[in-house]
Design a protein around this ligand. Sequence first.
Ligand code: 6GU
Length: 231
Amino acid sequence: MRVDVVTIFPAFFDVLEVSLVGKARGSGLLDVRVHDLRDHTRDRHRTVDDTPYGGGAGMVMKPEPWGEAIDAIVADASAAPIFVFPSPAGEVFTQATARELATAEHLVFGCGRYEGIDERVFTYAASLGRVRMISLGDYVLNGGEVASMAMIEAIARLIPGMVGNPASLVEESHEDGLLEYPSFTKPASWRGMDVPDVLLSGHHGRVAQWRHAQRVERTRERRPDLLPSTD
Ligand code: 6GU
């Protein structure tokens, strides 16, 4: 998979090197390229924003640098990419979104700052590939960088060959609609707290039953919205 990121803060993405994403890059499964939007400006001050038409607070990212950055990426791509623009005004990112994007050949993340990007940039991107506006959840970040990083990590670990044991992907929270069961390791007793007896019993059927019950209970307590409604 190829991933291009356009940002005015390329240094944000240095940490990708030290994660699973770094491993994916090293193994050739993932080709991540980070581009500085300011490299696509032509004025002395490398301006990327301007005041909004119609007035209002904040600044809007100018379309021209975005157009040039997108053109440069598409010019050396083999297929039409999927453009992802992180935005609190987008559809909410879920494990299903990650699974879907993990099948793409080429993703382009466009990280906006300020009050947003000139709307015509999205229309232009849509003439070159698919466009998704995606939010991490119902809260506001300062820009798309941290959101892109979260999405890239969620997507990269689903690329076949990325996670050592594919079975570990199946049992996770959000893969089948229930939260994960609680985990314990040695010692069996720690600071007065004991590991549940059933896990020491060696009885695989009872362990599986207990874990399933724990998943249902946890989901009911913490995320009732994930359970089928009973009305
Ligand atoms: Cl994707 N971007 C920004 N700026 N804020 C967010 C977000 C994205 N998702 C949640 N909050």
